[in-house]
Design a protein around this ligand. Structure first.
Ligand code: DOR
Ligand code: ZN
Length: 454
């Protein structure tokens, strides 16, 4: 069972003093202690003699201390599909995955295109108090691709919406995308594009390649993604505003991003853990779990995406955590809804690919899973250095923990977890949001609070 602190009340600003004892910031150097007072890091080094005697001391066992992770792309399904995930269960999954801030996409029902909906999502996240849940506004009203959402009203609402996306759908109309860029520029909000030319992917459920051909599945070609990435790079160049590419999935997209960056075009991109790990060979069993949009591709794409994340061509990791009920997943492959869970497994996957293999270090993980996404979304209080005076949004990672992904243990309300039964060797041990412990793997006898049981 997982331990979650009671939810239902807004986390108070002041959190008393906690000491993270024997931790290694960024996995470097000797053990040290981090003292947190009222949500702010006040001391790093041996515990000061005048520390509050009532302080809570948490033993870190020489584990890795990272800035709290930031996920700029999740689907928490509220409002509209609370049977598959809610802000509360999604926040629990986020805290368990080491996240202190997430951005939840606009393809809810109703669509997140009105201030009142954005404010309600933000307020619920704050009430749950396990993770900052930032609502993403849609680029077009109702995700219909026709009329622009009123970005200014959402930006100025209590939710302070800072990112807009029609994710799940592409903003196909180039003139509308141009107008969106011009509008977004004045407000300094981010546009995140789901790059897919829908004319080229009609009826497609798998990557266009040998596997789909053999299995008799209609293919989703790389060019459907790459043509939009190329177009949006040119729009970003000519209309001078940044564009972020959601879930980059192909070798060609990597080449285009590289080109755009050498031209100084403000184009950023994310990659999902599943596109970094899995290929379309998973489709052999026709298991709807592996249907995802964009689709799992081939091994050269996976290699290019890994390389691009390592060299900074791709800026960050985002999970695209997409919960779906079994009625939408345990069906024929072509009828399965696209999407897979990601929040509770992403750190372990990134650690396996990059750290356990020796390709990169924990500084890299801090960069691609915390600092960069916070920078791209202009979050002022997440993804910050582990330093005195900084907000205590932190994650302790246990890099020597063998665990097996188990659907019965998921905090998420859905079970479309492509890693069930798989063993990993890195696990989140503790998550801290503004000095409050939001997840503690090792707390004894913990249970999911009744309100959140599912
Ligand atoms: O696989 C996906 N699922 N890709 C998307 O773009 C949307 C998402 C969803 O909402 O389920
Ligand atoms: Zn998505």
């Amino acid at each position: 069972m997982t331990n979650y602190p009671a939810t239902g009340a807004q986390a108070p600003a002041a959190a008393g003093t906690i000491v993270l004892h024997n931790v290694r910031p960024y996995g470097e150097g000797e053990d040290t202690s981090v003292t947190i007072t009222d949500g702010v890091i006040t001391h790093i080094g041996p515990v000061p003699e005048d520390v509050d005697p009532t302080a809570t001391v948490i033993e870190g066992h020489s584990r890795v201390l990272l800035p709290g992770l930031v996920d700029m792309h999740v689907h928490l399904r509220e409002p509209g599909r609370e049977d598959t995930e809610t802000i509360e269960t999604g926040s629990q999954a986020a805290a368990k995955g080491g996240f202190t801030a997430v951005f939840t996409m606009a393809n809810t029902a109703p669509v997140l295109d009105q201030p009142i909906i954005a404010e309600s999502v933000w307020a619920k996240g704050q009430k749950v108090g396990l993770c900052d849940v930032h609502p993403v506004g849609s680029i077009t009203k109702g995700l219909e691709g026709k009329t622009l959402t009123e970005f200014g009203m959402l930006r100025n609402s209590d939710a302070k919406v800072r990112m807009f996306s029609d994710d799940g759908k592409c903003v196909t109309d180039p003139q509308l995308m141009r107008r969106a860029l011009e509008y977004a520029k004045g407000l300094d909000v981010l546009l995140a594009q789901h790059a897919e030319d829908h004319r080229m992917t009609e009826g497609a459920s798998a990557h266009e390649g040998q596997t789909a051909a053999r299995l008799g599945l209609r293919g989703w070609p790389r060019v459907a993604e790459e043509s939009i990435v190329a177009r949006d790079a040119l729009l970003a160049r000519d209309y001078g505003n940044r564009v972020h590419i959601c879930h980059a999935s192909t070798t060609g997209t990597v080449e285009l991003l590289k080109w755009a960056k050498t031209q100084g075009i403000p184009l950023t991109a994310e990659v999902t853990p599943h596109h970094l790990l899995l290929t379309d060979s998973k489709l052999e069993t026709y298991d709807g779990l592996y249907r995802v949009n964009p689709p799992l591709r081939e091994s050269h794409d996976v290699a290019a995406l890994r390389e691009a994340l390592l060299d900074g061509t791709i800026d960050c990791v985002a999970t695209d955590h997409a919960p779906h009920g079994s009625e939408d997943k345990c069906v024929e492959f072509e009828h399965a809804k696209p999407g897979m869970l990601g929040l509770e497994s992403s750190l372990a996957i990134v650690a396996r690919i990059f750290v356990e293999s020796g390709l990169a270090d924990w500084r890299f993980v801090a960069r691609v899973m915390s600092e960069k996404p916070a920078e791209i979304t202009r979050l002022p209080d997440h993804g910050r250095p582990i330093a005195v005076g900084e907000p205590a949004n932190l994650t302790i990672v246990d890099p020597q923990s063998s665990w097996t992904s188990d659907n019965a243990q998921l905090a998420s309300k859905s079970e479309n977890n492509p890693y069930a039964g798989e063993e990993f060797h890195t696990q989140v041990a503790l998550t801290v949001l503004r000095g409050h412990v939001t997840y503690d793997r090792d707390a004894a006898g913990g249970r999911v609070p009744a309100a959140a049981a599912h």
